[in-house]
Design a protein around this ligand. Sequence first.
Ligand code: HEM
Length: 516
Amino acid sequence: MTSKSKQYSWEEIAQHNKEGDVWVVIDAKVYDLTKFANMHPGGPNVIYAESVAGKDATQVFFGLHRHEVLLRPQYARLQIGTVQGETERIKAPVPGELSKVPYGEPTWLSQGYYSPYYSENHRKFQTAVREFFDTVVKPESVRCEENGKRISQEVVDKLAETNLIAMRLGPGKHLKGRTLMGGIVKPEEFDYFHEGIIHAELSRVSSRAVVDGLLAGLVIGLPPVLNYGSPELYEKVVNETLSGKKFLALAISEAFAGSDVSGLQTTAVRDGDHWIVTGTKKWITNGTFADYFTTGCKTETGFTVILIERGPGVETKPIKTAYSSVAGTAYVTFDKVRVPISNTLGKVGAGMSVILSNFNHERWMVCGTSIAAQRLVVEESLKWSTQRIVFGKPLTSQPVIRAKLATMISRVEACQNWYETITYQMNQMSYSQQSDKLAGPIGLLKQFISRAGRETAEDATQVFGGRALTVTGMGKFIENYHRTSGFDAILAGAEDVLGDLGVRQALKKMPRDARL
Ligand code: HEM
């Protein structure tokens, strides 16, 4: 019999109630904290308190710690047995499982509800993707968020093996001949709902910085190569990057110009079969470790997009931002870099349409990851306000807290429903129809979602109080989301600019004879 399966009566437990001999019970499990008390991060005295030592400390424990504390091996081994006739109720999470907390999952994944958009195949795909992210990505995400290092090659290799890297770019010819998630979905059947599942599952297990660090640069920077690169460039760069052997970043924004793409100053001057590129780029996601840069350049006849390989004259240095350096945010300098003319993406001078055609997908992707993060914040807030006791009652007994939860839930549901409607349209439309009909709505959607996210971050911070201000502990997700939700409002197009784009697109389509 292992010591953990030993059973103790409440009478016996009660005798271990003092310094030098202290046991506590948490969720029917008996812990011997005698030696640990002096190392306890919350100090020894709280454990010797009359209401704790030798007693059931479940409620006080869950008011102060996340369940994951008990699952860490160094603490799990403090358990010496269970209470006679009692069994644990708070179960450890199982990789791949769905949350049972109301609104913890989108409607289509909630038991007893229906959806017009998702099929059995989407559900099968979602199960496999969640299990993969829970087991492979989640532990890595926690490590990288803390140490700021880039995602390990081991995890990148696993992402490549399942073709998750390729699938994050959406449906298309780059999926042809690939086995997707062990063959669950055929390349020709893979649609934007499948892709959205990947963004949501990634966001569920990752901080905002890890979402970007997990090769977001490639997701936004490779499409111009896919759609406008020469066959030779396609063959080489697409194979190298989708197999996780090389990394790629989109290098458009500069300290001189962000959303105002036409104001860029990086120049490319023709010299025989080469471009000579000189200039700087700022806020380049994955730039610190990228091997290729899909770069916006000023050329004699306008704006041109050129793929630049890391080599002589290319330098990158990390930029310290509000989120973890796992994202690899870089300042990039090009100093008279010689680039073959064959690396030009699209026509010389026609770079604006190359870049614009890429934006819709990028913005839609940010919407998907933001909604999943907001949903996690809602779930965390529901759990916390149920387990936190104040003035002798759970936080949920306060009408002001319930009112906050109401608006948080409504926001995330509104975001989800609009996002799914647009995703459905994307599935029905050709690429050019999407560019014509969805650029405006996606701009408005992104503005709505990033604003909703920041309001939800504010509300959750009020619900969690001081705990939302610390990087570790009960409110760690809220702290991280509160600190980083602003990234969604800036990256892929500033919130206000996108709102304006949506309205301008609508105004262009106003019937000339429309009158009140
Ligand atoms: C198996 C038993 C326990 C373990 C392994 C444990 C472990 C920890 C850890 C790791 C922390 C740091 C904060 C965190 O990571 O969440 C902490 C903080 C704390 N613990 Fe415990 N603890 C245990 C039992 C208790 C009990 C029974 C009490 C009773 C009052 C208690 C009171 C506290 C307090 C007051 C803090 C500081 C919380 C804060 O800074 O917000 N702990 N404990």
